[in-house]
Design a protein around this ligand. Structure first.
Ligand SMILES: [Fe+2]
Length: 159
């Protein structure tokens, strides 16, 4: 799917998000070596938390702030509900016992994948059809500020 230039920073984050979800799932399944993932639960939690702090929070806020004007209300409700659930899973993971932590990280990885797939396949194409050029240009500028320039010295590799 060809992404409009305006939404590219979000899609680039999605690429990273899917990689993290893959690493979490491989690590939880005991295949950490093949995915370059941490082997133990504390390492996997640290990976997820780093992802949340360095990428996910600003990403979710940007989507909620910028997409609202031209997606359907029901879609915005789903967007917010998915984001809230991702934040909740990370929140409870901070103090979870190992069994619960394992379940939470698995649920987090699953939801990241499902949510990204929905945004890329349904939500963004819809948004691109319903936003005019001027709106897309405004969004592009805002995303550049929030997701590209703000992170230019972060350790996360960007493409
Ligand atoms: Fe997203």
């Amino acid at each position: 799917m060809k992404r409009s230039r305006a939404l590219k920073p979000l899609s680039s984050d999605h690429h990273q998000a899917l990689l993290i979800a893959f690493q979490l799932k491989q690590g939880l399944a005991g295949h950490a070596e093949s995915a370059g993932a941490p082997k133990d639960l504390p390492g996997l939690l640290a990976l997820a938390r780093r992802f949340e702090e360095q990428l996910l929070k600003a990403h979710m806020r940007s989507e909620e702030d910028l997409l609202g004007r031209f997606i359907a209300a029901a879609d915005m409700a789903r967007l917010r509900a998915d984001h809230a659930e991702l934040a909740r899973l990370m929140d409870v993971s901070r103090t979870a016992a190992p069994g619960e932590l394992r379940a939470n990280l698995g649920a987090f990885a699953e939801l990241v994948e499902r949510h990204v797939r929905w945004e890329e396949r349904e939500l963004f194409p819809y948004a691109e059809r319903h936003a005019d050029e001027a709106t897309l240009a405004t969004i592009a500028g805002e995303l550049e500020k929030r997701l590209v320039l703000a992170r230019s010295d972060s350790k996360l590799a960007r493409r």
